[in-house]
Write a protein of this length. Sequence first.
Length: 70
Amino acid sequence: MTNRQMIMLKLIQLSDEEFAEFMDNEITVLMDGGLCQFCMEKHGNQCPMDTGEWKECKFDMVEWLKKQAS
């Protein structure tokens, strides 16, 4: 088993909540904008970075992780 495989195995074993906490800063890079679209839908189709509402974000990473990928 390579180190990469060991890390992937450990990631698979995390709960959705643990995974969300661990990947919070990296997940947007991996999702090619799908996360951005989901977040904007939660904010009236506006990016909270543009509207200044980021501190009151309504985005639920765990809810998003449980959705089917499109």
